[in-house]
Design a protein around this ligand. Structure first.
Ligand SMILES: NC(=O)c1ccc[n+]([C@@H]2O[C@H](COP(=O)([O-])OP(=O)(O)OC[C@H]3O[C@@H](n4cnc5c(N)ncnc54)[C@H](OP(=O)(O)O)[C@@H]3O)[C@@H](O)[C@H]2O)c1
Length: 356
């Protein structure tokens, strides 16, 4: 049985793991902490970059000889296969680690088996089945299970659930701190998706600005009839763009752009093939959908949302939305996992329950 101390160190390792967000993917984010028999930390590390050392190797390198007889706290079962790097299970054995506490098992069959290997070699192993560690690898696990990326829907709304501002007012609903947070996340995801209504109304650039660009997300516009204005900023050369249209649409004006044709039922595009395409062509793990309401409605109905980030401006209200996001939210079964201030806004994070 894992103790309260075990869980607290595992959670510390989970906080380290998150530092790999944006560079570890498509690998999972993993953290590792080594403690000695007094419970003091002797080494720690996280998986910094896909293709480079795993968290365990980084922690073992920091600990040096102090790894002998230590307990290793690892958010994910150590790999047991020769991938881009050698098996971590063998490295733990070689370093003389005595006990291993694992957050969750590895859902990737090719890499799993670390637990059995360690036990066969007389290392004590405990599996904590920890929720925070499970949440860390949720996008990785979801992609293995479904072939789809983890889809985060993000929007900024007024208290009364409106995401559209009147024509004569600024299009920004959220404050600068919230916008900064979004740019930081954009710099970690593989794609940003919007509906053509947003492109026409706001002419967004959808690039990473004022934040570290760990990756350059591909911009995706859902545009069944190809009505994206050719002078739109989304078509500039700052980042790649994919235009998704309905089968049979007239594409000649867009021959210079990357296009994807999707089938349509009753005028509605089935969006799952788009997300599958983002995995097969770009190995996408995380995709952010940035609106507007019509697109969110389709994504929710088609059960494609995994996570929601809702920025609520506390100082704006009384707009009359076409579709009220507060009502739309109630069409999903969600669990609120975080609520905190973001400048003068609040930001809430929800997990959509079907993908738990
Ligand atoms: N506050 C925020 O966070 C935020 C974020 C984004 C946008 N907005 C606001 O939202 C407004 C735009 O929202 P909107 O609802 O009008 O437009 P939208 O959701 O951006 O785009 C809707 C259009 O995209 C196409 N579309 C999307 N998904 C589809 C599907 N599955 N099947 C078929 N067509 C699909 C349709 O194009 P066709 O009409 O060509 O068939 C549809 O009319 C703007 O005022 C913008 O400022 C606010």
């Amino acid at each position: 049985m894992s103790s309260e101390f075990d869980f607290s160190i595992l959670h510390q390792a989970a906080r380290l793991a998150v530092m790999g967000h944006g560079t570890a993917e498509p690998n999972p984010m993993v953290g590792c902490i080594l403690t000695n028999s007094d419970g003091d930390i002797v080494g720690e590390g996280f998986h910094e970059k896909c293709g480079e050392a795993h968290a365990e190797l980084n922690a073992l390198a920091k600990a040096g000889d102090d790894a002998q007889g230590s307990t290793a706290y690892i958010t994910l079962e150590p790999c047991n296969h020769q991938g881009k790097t050698p098996p971590c299970s063998e490295a733990l054995l070689k370093a003389g680690v005595a006990r291993v506490v694992i957050g969750v098992r590895d859902p990737n069959e090719d890499a799993s088996g670390g637990i059995d290997f360690l036990r066969r070699n007389s290392i004590e192993v405990e599996i904590a089945n920890d929720e925070i560690c499970a949440e860390l690898i949720a996008p990785f696990a979801y992609k293995i299970k479904t072939g789809l990326p983890w889809v985060t829907c993000k929007w900024a709304q007024t208290k009364d659930g409106c995401i559209e501002t009147p024509r004569n007012e600024s299009k920004w609903i959220s404050c600068e701190e919230s916008q900064q947070l979004v740019h930081e996340e954009r710099g970690c995801v593989d794609a940003i998706v919007v509906g053509v209504g947003t492109v026409v109304a706001d002419n967004p650039t959808l690039t990473v600005r004022g934040a570290i660009k760990h990756r350059t997300p591909i911009r995706v516009v859902i545009d069944p009839a190809l009505r994206t204005p050719l002078e739109s900023k989304i078509l500039n050369e700052d980042a790649p763009t994919l235009i998704v249209h309905a089968e049979g649409a007239e594409t000649s004006e867009f021959s210079d752009y990357e296009l994807l044709s999707l089938p349509r039922t009753n005028e509605v595009l089935d969006l799952a093939p788009l997300f599958r395409h983002l995995v097969t062509k770009y190995d996408a793990t995380n995709v952010m959908v940035e609106g507007g309401t019509t697109l969110f409605q389709h994504i929710f109905k088609q059960n494609l949302a995994n996570e929601l980030w809702v920025f609520t401006a506390q100082n704006r209200s009384n707009m009359t939305p076409k579709i009220n996001m507060n009502s739309l939210l109630t069409t999903l079964s969600t669990t609120r996992i975080e609520e905190e201030p973001s400048g003068v806004d609040t930001v809430e994070r929800y997990l959509v329950n079907h993908c738990k």
